[in-house]
Design a protein around this ligand. Structure first.
Ligand code: FES
Length: 318
């Protein structure tokens, strides 16, 4: 995996609003970066073993930089604060090569891109990609106010009529009326949504209410609440020969780590997929946003950073 880690340098940092840092990372030697597709993210390796995912927001054809937009989120577990405090122009930082868990569907005749707050970042790269390919799309950006909106000048000048802005403090008529927007879409439109959990749950909930086909709904949670409530259970990590008790309030990963088992985790919020492990016995209580509904129904994989057990015992391949 270490082969996938590269050291980059912050070559530019701009404040978009007082809460959002827009950061350009480039190769230390100024050379070309690994290519990325729209929807990709990179893992930023911060000190203390903290790893956080950030979507790339620049045009996917670019090879000279990866551009991130990082919201200083007081509710976060320290990742965004560490980025804001430590990544200044000239700072070197270890990152993963880009990974795409949120790709565009190449067959879509029209793409509906919905970004809530800082969830606009992957949508910008998607809009650039669709525009470059001459494909039909519309980009909706929901924000608390124009003052709190990052990238706004660039979006307005680049995407013109394909951009629809929705400000919470604006006229009710310009708020996002998601049912109306969905009803107006051409046949076979694919929807992409990213933003705060409440925003995404709302949009996805409406798609379910109006029977929008699930294969045409694409989402990426960049942060999520982890619910570790529920009864204690036992986990046997067969490959390690270790059995642990997972108490309420702790995760399987934490219990295994405390017992000396190496567990690969990244986001620790059930959104990135790094910790997915095979389930050999028992029934998981899935609490992640990474596995699809179908994968969850199969019950043969589990996100050990957040999911729990419906049975008193789980056997997993760690
Ligand atoms: S570590 Fe990201 S899903 Fe578990």
């Amino acid at each position: 995996m270490q082969d996938d880690i590269i050291t980059l340098r912050v070559v530019r940092r701009d404040a978009h609003t007082n809460e959002i840092a827009v950061i350009d990372l480039a190769a230390v030697d100024g050379g070309e970066l690994p290519a990325f597709e729209a929807g990709s993210h990179i893992d930023i390796h911060l000190d203390d073993g903290m790893i956080r995912q950030y979507s790339l927001s620049n045009p996917p054809g670019e090879r000279h930089r990866y551009r991130l937009g990082v919201l200083l989120d007081p509710a976060s577990r320290g990742g965004s604060q560490a980025v804001h405090e430590r990544l200044h122009e000239g700072t070197e930082v270890k990152v993963s090569v880009p990974r795409n868990l949120f790709p565009l569907d190449e067959s879509a005749p029209h793409s509906l891109l919905l970004g809530g707050g800082i969830g606009i970042t992957p949508m910008i790269a998607m809009a650039y990609a669709l525009q470059a390919e001459g494909r039909s799309f519309e980009l909706h950006y929901c924000c608390r106010s124009r003052e709190k909106a990052a990238f706004i000048d660039e979006l307005e000048s680049t995407f013109g009529d394909a951009l629809v802005l929705h400000f919470d403090d604006g006229e009710p008529s310009q708020h996002l009326h998601i049912e109306t927007v969905l009803a107006a879409q051409p046949a076979d439109t694919h929807l992409y949504v990213c933003g705060p959990t409440g925003f995404m749950d709302w949009v996805i909930g409406v798609t379910q209410k109006v029977d929008w086909p699930k294969p045409r709904v694409h989402s990426e949670y960049f942060t999520a609440e982890v619910d570790t409530s529920g009864a204690a259970f036992e986990v046997e990590a067969v490959a390690s020969g270790v059995t642990v008790q997972v108490e309420e309030g702790m995760s399987i990963a934490q219990a295994l780590k405390a017992a000396g088992v190496k567990v690969n985790v990244s986001c620790e919020e059930g959104v990135c997929g790094t910790c997915i492990s095979e389930v050999l016995e028992g029934v998981p209580d899935h609490r992640d946003h990474f596995l699809s509904d179908e994968e969850k129904e199969d019950n043969d994989q589990i996100a050990v950073c957040c999911s729990r057990a419906k049975t008193p015992r789980l056997v997993i391949d760690i």
